[in-house]
Design a protein around this ligand. Structure first.
Ligand code: BG6
Length: 256
């Protein structure tokens, strides 16, 4: 039975790779919408990938917030390869509870891996003026350079509306996302079904175009409810790795 399951999962991974047009897919059994342990399994799989893909030295890992990446942090254990690693948040405040903020996750990862970390203290909902004055601060520029030098990025993907509500976005933003048919969110950017950007949260840190320069990018997102979001976001990212679950995989493959 177990061998059969492994075989089925491998087949589904191949199908999903073709369907999404990306180079690497890893599927864990179950649906994280239904069971919390499934998210932990995605976390475990992501940790294995991180270890496999680390460079020999000078690793800088940028992480986003969210419960999926918090699960990756939870699964990290000390490892000789991870010891010298520097962890940084990918972007500044994006309206998360403390335990799901990129800063918190990045500090947890560093503690668990016995690496080091740097934080980015930027408030949520920056006005243009505040953004421009913060970005010219030398201390902010220092950390920003580190973030842009990341060798690996680990990030979540969310459903557009769910993320906008979680961030207490204004009714104007919620309306705009609805009008423009946003389905996916990642790094504070919102996308429609074709993967086009339709809105962006103003904050300091990685911009979508910076991803082109980063050698290894791993998304962790599962649950049948994220099927559309995952499919939309992956239209932009053919060169990346996805860690997901059977719930999301089946829902994507079932769509026509
Ligand atoms: C947020 C990120 O912290 O987490 C988003 O800023 C991401 O970009 C989201 O989409 C994912 O959250 P979760 O809890 O579904 O993993």
């Amino acid at each position: 039975v177990v061998m059969k399951d492994v075989f089925q999962t491998r087949t589904m991974e191949e199908e999903l790779k073709t369907r999404l047009g990306i180079k690497d897919v890893h599927i864990v059994p179950g649906d994280s919408d239904e069971y919390a342990w499934v998210q932990k399994e995605m976390g475990r799989t992501c940790v294995t990938l991180i270890k496999q893909r680390m460079a020999a030295e000078n690793n800088v890992i940028a992480v986003t917030g969210g419960t999926s990446i918090a699960a990756v942090a939870e699964m990290l254990v000390p490892d000789s390869g991870l010891k010298e690693t520097l962890f940084v948040p990918a972007r500044g405040g994006l309206g998360e509870q403390v335990e799901n903020q990129a800063n918190t996750i990045c500090a947890t990862m560093a503690r668990k891996a016995m690496g080091s970390y740097r934080l980015l203290h930027v408030p949520d909902q920056l006005s243009k003026e505040a953004y421009e004055s913060l970005i010219s601060e030398p201390s902010v520029q220092d950390i920003l350079r580190l973030i842009q030098s990341a060798t690996m990025v680990i990030h979540g993907i969310g459903e557009a509306e769910a993320m906008a509500i979680r961030r207490n976005s204004s009714s104007r933003v919620l309306g705009e996302l609805k009008d423009k048919k946003a389905v996916a969110e990642a790094f504070g950017y919102y996308f429609n079904q074709s993967g086009e950007i339709i809105h962006k949260v103003l904050t300091i840190g990685l911009q979508l175009e910076d991803l082109e320069e980063i050698p290894c990018i791993i998304a962790v997102a599962g649950g049948a409810s994220k099927a559309e979001a995952i499919e939309a976001y992956m239209k932009r990212r053919p060169n990346q790795t996805l860690v997901t679950d059977e719930g999301a995989a089946r829902a994507i493959l079932a769509k026509n």
